[in-house]
Ligand binder design. Structure first.
Ligand code: S3P
Length: 172
């Protein structure tokens, strides 16, 4: 990876494309792909929805922080971050310490199309509609934008194009 950028943290709303982009990007630049949600599910032995149901959101958020701490000192990672993982200052501090934060964006309509059939997103369960997504996205927008080093809009773009844009930005 170029210059000071040791790791890339992909952030953004649920359905922004973080997982798909991380897969392709890591392959392309020869980095290790990390999927935060998946690692947490494996560690806890249950899906995210069940972690929320059994232990509550705060517990899940603590797991995110612990996981981010465990990346310190590592290099050459492309991390697909949980959509809410940037809400804590400690977490974004950890990301920025040794990495670049890349925000992926999409309109609420695009997000809805991408996530509507998924049942493993407790934040949207029971609220799976464009208006709810728009509202939550609005609430989080300022935070996402404030912590991002780079931003890439994903609407109407294919994964390879998004990866090319990220690579060009990081190389600058
Ligand atoms: C969440 C996003 C999810 C997952 C959890 C909470 C959020 O990750 O971490 O359901 O608060 O936005 P994705 O962004 O990968 O869906």
């Amino acid at each position: 990876m170029n210059g000071d950028v040791k790791n890339i943290y992909l952030i953004g709303f649920m359905g922004a494309g973080k997982s798909s982009v991380a897969r392709k990007l890591a392959q392309q630049i020869g980095a290790k792909r990390i999927e935060m949600d998946q690692l947490i599910e494996e560690q806890e032995g249950m899906p995210i929805t069940q972690i929320f149901e059994r232990h509550g959101e705060e517990y899940f958020r603590n797991l995110e922080t612990e996981l981010l701490r465990s990346f310190l000192g590592q290099e050459n990672l492309v991390v697909s971050c949980g959509g809410g993982s940037v809400l804590r200052d400690e977490n974004t501090g950890l990301m920025k310490k040794e990495g670049a934060i890349v925000l992926l964006t999409a309109t609420p309509e695009t997000i809805y199309e991408r996530v509507k059939d998924n049942k493993n997103r407790p934040i949207l369960n029971g609220n799976m509609n464009v208006e709810y997504i728009r509202g939550l996205m609005e609430k989080r927008r300022e935070r996402y934008e404030a912590v991002a080093d780079y931003t890439v809009a994903t609407d109407g773009k294919r994964i390879p194009q998004i990866c090319e844009e990220i690579i060009a930005l990081i190389k600058q």
